[in-house]
Structure formats: structure tokens, C-alpha cells
Design a protein around this ligand. Structure first.
Ligand code: 4AD
Length: 458
């Protein structure tokens, strides 16, 4: 279909005075005596293009005025009569591509995000989702730019797996077997299944990422991860996008530096490539967002040990819902207090108690903590989880046995420690969590096309 994107129409001044054809959906319409005005949006920009209709030349306008109708409009592109830096189209010919009845739900200018969640296929047509998804796309591209500029190899790790990376048992089973009353035990069931053994959707590409890092040195994965957590919070979904670099010959401080550089590169990219969208979020979602992100981009993140954070929380005098003590797993309220009130900026917490972290983390010499880090940010809490990996075979096996893990399921992973083991480290960044942070959108359900949450699948 011969037409020009509305983004191009609004930014290419060379088109002014020319005949153009545009396509889009009617976002607003206004009728007056001799004239009618439409605002058209085609999704390529947050801006709407005004279409001016002279009713003496185009007289049957009734179908064009209905919100949600899709149109093809040809006319002259001129400078706007009312706004000097804007353009509009004096329509010569309008074709209806698809009519839209009055029950189209997006009739009001503003709807609550809660209501919009009930119409997922249409909410994407609103300004909020237009802005969120352009930012999401720019962030995804920025992630690839960052790692490829550092010569990381992008690897695709399998989504179907036989091992539980986080050891938390929060996996979705993958099976082709239905209800089978003739099968008498779980072992028999697994053996009769598609792979001949139990399989699940992966919670993280890390274990396979480590295999690749031991061959290619510096790798990253970027794909979906799945968690069958029954937590109905503003920051958990059952299917999320996960960025996981894994680096050979790297210790904990090396990947903290890598993570800080990644977050700063993501922020630089959205500030420079999405100025219109960022102004929108600053105005409607988080006042001061652009200043906040600029400061985060230009300053170092804080670093604090878990032990120090616990002391600071205990001394804060604040009443938390969940008790604070050395050894506790930090809840979102603790994480947010540390980043928002104590540090007032992103903070890497390091050296967590080994009991609350995963088996693969490098055990520190104190015998109590592991070389792990979480990056906590104001407004969201944890956006990154990572660690140095235990490279010592005996220590790794001891940690796995302590957790009563089935070593047979991790044969390849364990073997990495036998064949030229090296210090190595990596982390996982949740794409939706960083989108929440850079947009100020506070519910994860509003930064993903179809959120999958406990008890909810559209
Ligand atoms: O801290 P997590 O569980 O770490 C891992 O999975 C490691 N294997 C990563 C690694 O070292 N390669 O998860 C990492 C990040 C979290 O910080 C969070 O941003 C995101 O993944 N995440 C979720 N995002 C949305 N919904 C969920 N249910 C999430 N669970 C984790």
C-alpha cells in the first residue's frame, strides 16, 4: 500500500507542500459547520496527525468520524494553522479501510490501566502502550548493541530443560502425556513421556550459558524464562524476558562493572532515541523521571554488602511487614528501602548468606556467604541477580549435596569443573523490570504484551 509513515510526515520538513498519502486509525474527531477535523495515528509515533476535511468537497464524512476506524487519506501536507511546529493534511480523498462500531471500547481520552488490562488486544492502541512498546524495542536493541560492541557471542540456550537452574522447584512441566490411569508411578510416567525423562520450561539459561562461556569466553543469552511462582505481585510474571551474560576469567567485581555499563547504556539509548516517549512518561507516570535517569547515567552505583544492609535496616527504626535479621531473604519492602531511602540510587548488594542463594554461587572464605550480587533500584527493587560461579568441583558438589540435588541431572554442568575450570561470573537482568524502571510504569503487567500471571492467561 503506497503511503508514508506518520513519523516521517511529522519529521521530514521536505514533504511540506507535497501531496501525501497516510494510513492510520482515527483517534479523535471533531465536526464543525464547514469543516471537520480528525486525528490519525498509525503507531509509528506518539504524535497524531491532524486531517482537515472541507465538507464542501468531501461531504459524506459520517464513517470517518467514528473512533477506531482505519483510513487511507490523500491530501496536501501543510504547516499547521494553530501550532507553528506541527503539520496537517488537507484531505482530497479519504478511503475507509475498516469501519469501527460505537461499541469500540476506547472512546474516552483516558482509561485506567486496570481497565485496559481487561482489553489486552486493544490497550496497545493507546498512547501509554505505544510509548512502552517503543521503549521496550529500543531497550532490546540497546542490549544487543552493548554486548556485540564488547564482542560477546549471542547464544540461544534451550527453553526445554531437564534441570532446575535456581533449584527452587518453580518450573512448568513439559509433557505430552495426558491423564493415564494405567501408569502407576511418577518414574513410570516420566519414562513414558516424550523425552523419556522429566522435562520443564527453563527458569534461566545460565547453566547452558556457562557451557558456552567455557568455549567462547564471553556470551550472552536473551530470551524468555518461565517461573511457576504463585506470587501475584506488581513485579512477577510467569513468563519474562531474560538477559544473561556469562563471562569466563571474570570475578564478581568484573560483572558488577559489566552490569553497571549495561544499565547506563540502556538509559543513554532511551534518552537519546525516545525523547517524545520519555517526556510522556515524565509527565504522566513519574515526575522527574528524565532527571533521575540522567543522574543514574552520569554517576556510579552504590555498593553495599548484605551484612551492612541488614545493619542499616535494623538501625532504621522503620517497622517492616517482614522481620529483618541476618540470614533473612530480603523482601521487596527491604530492597526498596535500601535503594530509595538509604542509598537513594541503584545499589549492588553483595555477599549474601549462602543458605538463601543458589547452589552454583562461589563460596566465600568466611564459610557463611557467597559472592553474589543483586542490583536494587528505587521504585522497583531487584532488577539484576548474579554471582561469581563456584569453579571448584568439590565445593560445588558439596553445595549440591547439601541441597539434596540429583547430581545425575547436572552431569554436563559438573563436568565443566573437571575440564579446565576457570573463575567465571554472570548475571540475569529481567527485561520487564528494567522497562518498569526506565518508564516509571509500576506494574509489570503493563510493560508486556500478554502478561502471564498466576491464575491468569488470556
Ligand atoms: O535472580 P534470578 O532468579 O537469577 C537467575 O535466574 C540467575 N540464573 C541469573 C544469572 O545469573 N544468569 O533472576 C534474574 C532476574 C531478576 O533480577 C529479575 O529481574 C528477573 O530475572 N526475574 C523476573 N522478572 C519478572 N518476573 C519474574 N517472575 C522474575 N523472576 C526473575
Amino acid at each position: 500500500m503506497q503511503h508514508i509513515d506518520i513519523y516521517e510526515i511529522m519529521t521530514d520538513t521536505g514533504l511540506i507542500g507535497k501531496s501525501v498519502t497516510v494510513c492510520g486509525w482515527v483517534r479523535t474527531s471533531r465536526d464543525s459547520k464547514n469543516m471537520a477535523f480528525l486525528e490519525l495515528n498509525d503507531g509509528t509515533t506518539l504524535g497524531h496527525l491532524q486531517i482537515v476535511i472541507d465538507k464542501r468537497t468531501i461531504n459524506d464524512i459520517s464513517e470517518f468520524m467514528k473512533l477506531g476506524t482505519s483510513l487511507k487519506v490523500t491530501g496536501e501536507l501543510v504547516k499547521s494553522v494553530v501550532a507553528a511546529d506541527s503539520v496537517e493534511v488537507n484531505a482530497k480523498e479519504i478511503t475507509v479501510l475498516g469501519t469501527c462500531p460505537p461499541e469500540y471500547p476506547l472512546q474516552k481520552k483516558r482509561h485506567t490501566l486496570e481497565y485496559l488490562r481487561s482489553i489486552p488486544a486493544l490497550r496497545v492502541r493507546t498512547n501509554t502502550f505505544n510509548a512502552v512498546f517503543r521503549v521496550r524495542s529500543v531497550v532490546s536493541a540497546a542490549i544487543h548493541e552493548y554486548f556485540t560492541s564488547k564482542r560477546f557471542t549471542y547464544v540461544h540456550t534451550p527453553l526445554i530443560t531437564a534441570s532446575d537452574c535456581e533449584g527452587a522447584g518453580e518450573m512448568f512441566r513439559v509433557t505430552t502425556l495426558g491423564f493415564a490411569p494405567e501408569i502407576k508411578s511418577e518414574d513410570e510416567y516420566d519414562a513414558a513421556d516424550f523425552f523419556g525423562r522429566r522435562a520443564a520450561l527453563s527458569v534461566s539459561g545460565q547453566l547452558d550459558g556457562e557451557v558456552a562461556a567455557m568455549a567462547f569466553g564471553k556470551i550472552y543469552t536473551f530470551g524468555p524464562s518461565f517461573r511457576a511462582e504463585k506470587s501475584n505481585t506488581q513485579r512477577h510474571v510467569a513468563e519474562f524476558w531474560h538477559v544473561e551474560p556469562e563471562v569466563a576469567f571474570a570475578e564478581l567485581p568484573d560483572i558488577m562493572e559489566l552490569a553497571q555499563g549495561l544499565i547506563k547504556h540502556i538509559i543513554s539509548s532511551v534518552l537519546s532515541k525516545c525523547p517524545q516517549e520519555m517526556k510522556f512518561f515524565d509527565a504522566h507516570f513519574e515526575k522527574g523521571l528524565i532527571d533521575k535517569l540522567t543522574s543514574v547515567r552520569d554517576n556510579d552505583f552504590a555498593v553495599m554488602s548484605y551484612t551492612e544492609a541488614i545493619e542499616k535496616l535494623e538501625q532504621s527504626g522503620k517497622e517492616f511487614k517482614f522481620p529483618v535479621y541476618w540470614g533473612c531473604d530480603l523482601a521487596t519492602e527491604h530492597e526498596r528501602y535500601i535503594s530509595e531511602e538509604i542509598c537513594k540510587k541503584p545499589v549492588f548488594l553483595t555477599d549474601y548468606p549462602k543458605e538463601i542463594k543458589s547452589f552454583y554461587m562461589k563460596q566465600n572464605d568466611d564459610g557463611k556467604t557467597v559472592a553474589a550480587t543483586d542490583l536494587l533500584v528505587p521504585g522497583v527493587g531487584e532488577i539484576i541477580g548474579g554471582s561469581e560461579r563456584e569453579a571448584d568441583l568439590d565445593k560445588l558438589l558439596a553445595a549440591m549435596r547439601e541441597r539434596k540435588m540429583n547430581l545425575d541431572e547436572y552431569g554436563d554442568y559438573i563436568a565443566l569443573r573437571k575440564f579446565g575450570s576457570v573463575p567465571h561470573s554472570g548475571f540475569g537482568l529481567g527485561l520487564e523490570r528494567i522497562i518498569m524502571y526506565v518508564t516509571g510504569v509500576s506494574n509489570i503487567r503493563d510493560v508486556i504484551l500478554y502478561p502471564r500471571t498466576f491464575g491468569n492467561i488470556y
